[in-house]
Design a protein around this ligand. Structure first.
Ligand SMILES: *Cc1c(COP(=O)(O)O)cnc(C)c1O
Length: 340
């Protein structure tokens, strides 16, 4: 069987999740009467301590609708060079929202320097785009931003009249990694931001879907953008039921994914050609010295172990990999370096 470590998006719904989907009561969500979607939206809003939530088909659309609800034409959002909603979403905010990104370098821990943020916020002058929004990401590259940093960065944004958005695609990985009550941690993280986008289709193991949460009136604006972006879905309760099942059963188990990523890192330590750091959550990046990344990747693929990357390889643990799979991945990598 394939050990698929390309992403935590590759998981298949569990039998219990499929059962929940099968049982879901359905309506037409464009008319607002799908009870399963409405229940999910209420649940995720309450869980993250926000007034309202909107079920979205993808994290990309959730971030875009969020940015477009904060910013208008000629506004800008401050964002990391490595952030998903700058680098990996096809420039949607600029193309579809007429919103200019102001990218800043991410520090080694994934944060944006507070002085960099402050320097990037433009004065009210006709030469400049209007600085409107600070967008952060947590986890970012599998790293957890410290709670004190979130407090400082969002306070800085607020002092300058900027809104705040969190791309929390893997918010629950961050919440679990902080230790203690994961739900309380998730709410505390979300509490620093006006709006948060969270993915159900990553480590939480649902087949499709994200949610945007925030103040009622921002979510109302996002609702119109979602319709315009083609994200109005009909009997979406079938998907919302999967997401709700994930919230009930798959949050605390993220700790297992984190433990497996650490196990993988330990299993690969001591190989001279590899450079790696202990993962904080479920993502392990491995730098392969001597330009042999692509060769290693092909070797792994031939052994039914899948990862992504070229120079830096990425291994992501999730619901559908277990200890035996990780042992196989370790053996396959070690085998490569024994023979090469
Ligand atoms: C996956 C991801 C997204 C986008 O989610 P899709 O559902 O794939 O569009 C956004 N942000 C981050 C940090 C992600 O990892």
């Amino acid at each position: 069987m394939t050990v698929d470590l390309r992403s935590d998006t590759v998981t298949r719904p569990t039998a219990a999740m499929r059962e929940a989907m099968h049982r879901a009561e359905l309506g037409d969500d464009v008319f607002g009467d799908d009870p399963s979607v409405n229940a999910l939206q209420e649940q995720i809003a309450a869980l993250l301590g926000k007034e309202a939530a909107l079920f979205m088909p993808s994290g990309t659309q959730s971030n875009l609708a969020g940015i477009m609800s904060h910013c208008g034409r000629g506004d800008e959002y401050i964002v990391g060079q490595g952030a998903h909603c700058y680098r990996y979403e096809a420039g949607g905010a600029a193309v579809l929202g007429s919103v200019q990104p102001q990218p800043l370098p991410n520090q080694p821990d994934g944060s944006l320097g507070l002085a960099d943020i402050e320097a990037a916020i433009k004065p009210d002058d006709e030469h400049f785009a209007r600085s409107r929004l600070l967008a952060l990401e947590n986890t970012i590259g599998g790293r957890v931003l410290p709670m004190t940093y979130l407090a400082e960065a969002t306070a800085l944004a607020r002092r300058h009249g900027l809104g705040t958005h969190l791309d929390g695609a893997r918010l629950f990985n961050a919440a679990v990694a902080l230790g203690g009550d994961a739900r309380a941690n998730a709410k505390a993280i979300a509490g620093h931001f006006d709006s948060v986008s969270v993915c159900f289709s990553k480590g939480l193991g649902a087949p499709v879907g994200s949610a945007l949460v925030g103040p009622k009136e921002l979510i109302q604006r996002a609702h119109r953008w979602r319709k315009m972006l083609g994200g109005g879905m009909r009997q979406a309760g079938v998907l919302a039921a999967a997401a709700q099942h994930a919230l009930e059963h798959h949050i605390d188990r993220l700790a297992d994914d984190h433990a497996l990523a650490t196990l993988l890192a330990e299993g690969l330590s001591g190989i001279d050609a590899l450079e790696l750091q202990r993962p904080q959550t479920n993502i392990l990046f491995v730098n392969v010295r001597g330009g042999r990344g692509a060769q290693l990747l092909a070797h792994l693929k031939a052994q039914d172990v899948l990862a992504t990357g070229l120079i830096g390889l990425r291994f992501v643990t999730h619901l559908d990999v277990d200890r035996a799979g990780i042992d196989r991945a370790i053996a396959a990598v070690r085998g490569f370096f024994k023979d090469h």
